[in-house]
Design a binder for this molecule. Structure first.
Ligand code: V47
Length: 354
């Protein structure tokens, strides 16, 4: 069967197929990705009203691509108190009616296990209906190592303290050689997958990211997608795949060739086609720009992430996302692009169709 026949017949694609998809022209690729996307989601573009909080930027790990960590070129280390976090959320809940808080921290060995965990029960106590999406597999691995706990023990604590779902961060790129180069010492690929598997087995859901556009090759991206597809076949716990476009400023990863918009759109389209068992492809506007994230909705993506309010990780590396995006702007942008805006909750239940 040729590649086009496989696409026409919705056949499962192999590593070789995935790499060969990059050789198709963007419009042919986009046609098939868009067909899949429309079969799954019609004309809908999903977003949520959320707030990102990054409670500390002090990190014992050294990832070359990271401009957020205070150990690197960023001279302003900080660790928020729980009161500070709760008062930020008071404002976000009252004024912006957020439905989700996304909490991702650096790996701070001085903060303490309780500092990492107790904030979740405090959030739940004050805002019982707020969805807490928190702790990447990289943070869970850090907490397990630092406090001599098993992954199961950390996960049990997360559940006890009120974490509802896990974000997809820390996946970077699974290929071991590339990983060793860009984020040596942090959670391994096998551990990242194992932690998500344990989380899914408890009946909980999570997302999966992929950092691309740095030193990885096309086949590494496809390999990354396939490792996620394999796990999803077993657990069905991933809600969304999120390809994160590498931002280049203020870090220690020297990259000469930056991706073209065509390569970025192809990667969204290919992820839609390869990941036949993950329902949502998120074009996280903070890394792709909102403009390209909207175009990506024609090339396989169906989600933009949300209002965010304050973004610290990608903006530290040059993205124009520090202040989030207003609800009204998101709605106007989706509608003027010819799509139906759908506000969702964190698990993709539809809250409001505009
Ligand atoms: O894993 C770090 C990435 C991620 C850079 O699950 C960078 O809904 C680009 O995981 N250029 C954390 N990216 C963010 C994250 C996330 C974001 C939005 C939604 C969800 C979700 C998860 O940020 C890290 C890393 O891959 N990152 N530095 C950079 N220079």
């Amino acid at each position: 069967m040729t590649l086009i026949e496989k696409l026409e017949n919705n056949q499962r694609l192999t590593l070789e197929d995935g790499v060969a998809l990059y050789d198709l022209d963007l419009f042919t690729l986009g046609k098939y990705a868009n067909q899949r996307r429309r079969t799954l989601h019609g004309n809908k573009v999903f977003f949520n009203v959320n707030r990102h909080i990054n409670p500390t930027n002090i990190c014992k790990d050294i990832c070359k691509f990271c401009a957020f960590s205070a150990n690197r070129k960023n001279p302003n280390p900080y660790t928020m108190s729980h009161e500070e976090i709760l008062s930020i959320l008071d404002n976000s809940v009252k004024n912006n009616h957020i439905t989700e808080v996304h909490v991702v921290s650096a790996h701070n060995p001085d903060a303490g296990f309780e500092w990492y965990m107790e904030i979740f029960s405090k959030i739940k106590e004050r805002f019982p209906s707020l969805h807490v999406k928190a702790l990447t597999a990289a943070e869970i691995n850090f907490l397990a190592t630092e406090y001599n706990l098993s992954f199961d023990e950390v996960i049990d604590k997360m559940i006890e303290y009120g974490v509802d779902s896990m974000p997809g961060g820390g996946a970077e790129i699974f290929d071991e050689k590339v990983r060793e180069n860009v984020c040596k010492g942090k959670v391994s690929s096998a551990e990242w997958l194992q932690i998500h598997e344990l989380w899914h087995k408890r009946g909980h859901e999570s997302n999966a990211t992929m950092l691309f556009g740095h030193v990885e090759k096309r086949e590494h991206r496809i390999d990354h997608m396939l490792r996620l597809r394999d796990l999803q076949d077993r657990t069905n716990g991933f809600n969304a795949f999120i390809p994160l476009v590498y931002q280049r400023d203020n870090n220690y990863l020297h990259v000469d060739d930056f991706l073209s918009s065509t390569e970025i759109l192809k990667t969204f389209a290919i992820s839609r086609l390869m990941l036949d068992n993950i329902k949502h492809i998120k074009a996280y506007w903070a890394t792709s720009t909102i403009n390209l994230a909207l175009v990506a909705q024609e090339y396989g993506a169906d989600d933009l992430d949300g209002t965010i309010e304050a973004e610290a990780i990608q903006s530290a590396a040059g993205a124009n996302s520090a202040k989030g995006l207003g609800l009204q702007s998101i709605l106007e942008l989706i509608e003027t692009s010819g799509f139906t805006a759908v506000e969702r909750d964190s698990l993709y239940n539809e809250l409001k169709i505009y």
